[in-house]
Design a protein around this ligand. Sequence first.
Ligand code: SF4
Length: 492
Amino acid sequence: MSRRPDGLLTHNLLDEDKGPQDACGVFGVWAPGEEVAKLTFYGLYALQHRGQESAGIATSDGERILIYKDMGLVSQVFTESDLVSLTGNLAIGHCRYSTTGSSSWVNAQPTLRPTKYGTLALAHNGNLTNTGDLAESVHKLEPDAPKNSRGATTDTEIMTALIALQDENNVEASALAVLPILEGAFSLVFMDEKTLYAARDRHGVRPLVIGKLENGWVVASESAALDIVGASFVREVEPGEFIAIDENGLRAHKWSTPEPKGCLFEYVYLARPDTSIAGRGIHATRVEIGKRLAKEHPVEADLVIPVPESGTPSAIGYATGSGITYGLGLVKNSYVGRTFIQPSQTIRQLGIRLKLNPLRDVIEGKRIVVVDDSIVRGNTQRAIVRMLREAGAAEIHVRISSPPVKWPCFYGIDFASRAELIASGLAVEEIRRSIGADSLGYVSLEGLIEATQIAEENLCSACFTGKYPIAIPADMSEGKMRLEITEVQGKK
Ligand code: SF4
């Protein structure tokens, strides 16, 4: 719960049913003569699913950087006049879901920091795993500055300070000095007054792509954001690559040997279905996952329905693979935002009904297969099964287009702790009983990986397997890795 500036208490109603929370979208454009702030606004609009807590845009006209950021959705933060006043030739933007640091204005991005050669603005998607060591390095570079003097608590602020404080002559040299000491997942866009930069960690955990406009360049978290601003896809920023874009065009440096470990969960849930990763459309991948799910967990039923919208492509795949009719059985209210006026107890008990409502005429008397992307705590699926039973379903068979999520993510997605992940403490049959379904089937890890058409060794699957490709320091994992609470809760 939080208090708004106007004094109203707000409550995140969906917290009780929270699925995986996305970690941020980044966008950058270098296009003299274009309305770069508006292009960035629309780019962020396309990336809104990656972060809904805050949004920000920084622009530069070659002489000075202007920045505007605030809490809320992209459409709530910026008015037409804000965008008109953000003039310039280049811009970066960010929409945030907090994975480190609190959800507050001071932690909204882009971050801004003066350097001895100009100003640096930076936006980050991912999560660093050596923030403590980096904070110490910042402290050594500016020993007189009180720690956290600006109230910032994020890995992004620390990385911005580190680049800005390097004893180099420009941002490019400073960034190339700092990138090798950053550990963890980072897809970055940043800028000074004249140049747009981008960089990706050597594992390429989070996506980052380059697009071409008629008169410029775009860098974005997902290819869908290129489509929306009319940019054509050029290529991905490679893992371990640094990009600079200015009046001389695009320059690329390999700052590290790539060791790809792309996030497997991007394919299941995070990325938009109209995005492509590694040349393959996410929608097609999810349909294929659904076909494999039908093969691995067949059942006799009358109708396959998705949990909209992230379950839709896999439900289509399940229906195709099984030959069972596909239909809509749950209607989603697309206008449910993250934050609500604190509801009364009665309203809160309506819970998921604010978000989903069953089509009784379609459901009644039928044996239903309901396809969802993942189970985190199990609250959502329990509520959906109850809702479908109340709507008269004869049988309810839950099918999940990812393997059981058993481990937390330390690379930029908020999955909660092991203690809160239902699959950490319970076997599949116990989860089935807990959510009240007649049967439950998850796609296998092998089936999921085959559907992506990416080699297993080039993917991160740590939230399913516990095999973390980037080491997690003890102080970071402590607490999130404890299981005790789940074991107690699971036996209730
Ligand atoms: S742990 Fe899971 S969500 Fe996190 S990067 Fe790896 S696959 Fe993605």
